[in-house]
Ligand binder design. Structure first.
Ligand SMILES: *Cc1c(COP(=O)(O)O)cnc(C)c1O
Length: 397
């Protein structure tokens, strides 16, 4: 059984704050400061360029990829780190479209994160081959699969509502129709016990600064099913995905396996902070995290519904059908969230009216949930949000 009191003690959690936004930016693992500092002083500082060999920098994207892979049911050699998630969306979709080059339809849903849709739109325009991106409701997208569809591109956990797609079932249906799947695990990795291998997913991508706590701008990851790796052509054919980067050939030849999905120089400092977080993840199992997440979110829903009748649940009521976040509709949700943040309860707001709270068992416990709801009750009952200062919108909500 995972010792969640122990894992909580390994994070820096500011005094007086209940942090329910680890689904947007995970907190600082205490060991990350020393890990990054060590990488800077002992490796960058002392080894200079020789760090690429002597400190193992060059292999970090794959070594760390294997560690992330363990949290998402991906076998060794199928995940590699690098770039940001938006870039990985482009890379995965481009390769997927090429596998199904005689089909022109890309399906996604209206619950997908806009950046994924923007990247798809940009790619389609650059390709200029008549591809079309079609969006359906999250509830009905799986019914729209036909043999005309080239790629189904979905984010497993809806960033607004937390609604969870059934990856195994949808992937099977897609494969029966010859469709390639691209799964975005942004709100899955470290939140839900996903099994990429078991679900037979084709491509998956995700970020690490949310539930995996790598820090702002931490590198993304990409998974390619081992059965596809050697047939995938990387659209972003950078030198570090080349078979022999240091041969400096004038022609591109894709590297073996997942290595070909690398592009340019990896972010070594940010990988060091990610590794510090993964050391904490080594103390946990995803099954325990998932079970605890459902307990915490069930408790939160019950307490909020008992004490804040103005908030309407936007997330699925059944814990098995949602990720690790709970969202409520409230017309003045932006102001209400600012009032909560002012009182130490940090969640976030997603337009038009969603108040979103993330639950991360590694460092959030029942006591935090109870205390957060007490503060919410005070804010909602006394309309403490009804103050002009809470209506001023910041750039990041
Ligand atoms: C958070 C998130 C992103 C953000 O992409 P970046 O390139 O890391 O800024 C993209 N897609 C989804 C589904 C997300 O949840």
């Amino acid at each position: 059984m995972t010792d969640f009191a122990k894992t909580k003690s390994l994070f820096h959690l500011p005094e007086g704050i209940i942090y329910l936004d680890g689904n947007s930016l995970g907190p600082l693992p205490k060991a990350a400061t020393a890990a990054v500092s060590k990488t800077m002083q002992d490796e960058w500082g002392e080894l200079l360029i020789t760090g690429w060999n002597k400190a193992g920098w060059m292999n970090k994207p794959s070594n760390v990829g294997d560690r992330v892979g363990k949290l998402i049911g991906a076998p060794s050699g199928s995940v590699v780190m690098g770039d940001t998630l938006s870039i990985k969306v482009y890379q995965a979709l481009a390769s997927a479209l090429e596998i199904n080059s005689d089909r022109k339809l890309v399906l996604s849903d209206t619950g997908n994160f806009p950046s994924d849709l923007y990247m798809a739109d940009g790619l389609i325009k650059s390709l200029d081959k008549g591809h079309e991106l079609r969006l359906y409701n999250p509830e009905s997208v799986a019914e729209q699969l036909t043999e005309e569809v080239a790629v189904l591109m979905l984010t497993e956990v809806d960033y607004r509502t937390g609604r969870l797609h059934n990856m195994a079932e949808i992937t099977k249906k897609a494969h029966d129709l010859g469709i390639i799947t691209v799964w975005d695990l942004a709100h899955t990795a470290g939140a839900v016990d996903v099994d990429l291998e078991g679900a037979d997913a084709d491509f998956a991508i995700g970020c690490t600064y949310k539930y995996l706590n790598s820090g702002p701008g931490g590198p993304a990851f990409i998974y390619v099913a081992p059965r596809l790796q050697d047939q995938v052509r990387p659209a972003l054919s950078g030198w570090l995905g080349h078979e022999a980067p240091f041969a400096f050939d004038l022609d591109y030849r894709a590297g073996g396996g997942i290595e070909r999905m690398r592009c340019g120089t990896p972010p070594i400092l940010q990988l060091a902070s990610l590794e510090a977080s993964l050391d904490i993840w080594d103390l946990a199992t995803m099954a325990d995290v998932r079970a605890k997440s459902i307990e915490l979110t069930d408790l939160f829903v019950k307490l909020v519904e008992d004490s804040c009748p103005d908030l309407k649940l936007a997330s699925p009521r059944n814990g098995q059908e949602r990720g690790s976040q709970i969202s409520f509709h409230f017309k003045e949700g932006y102001a209400a969230m600012q009032a909560l943040i002012d009182r130490g309860v940090i969640g976030d707001f997603r337009a038009p009216d969603i108040m979103r709270f993330g639950f991360t068992p590694l460092y959030i416990d029942e006591g935090d949930v109870i205390q957060a709801v007490e503060i919410m009750k005070e804010v909602m009952t006394n309309k403490l949000w009804d103050n002009p200062k809470y209506f001023e919108r910041s750039a990041v909500t």
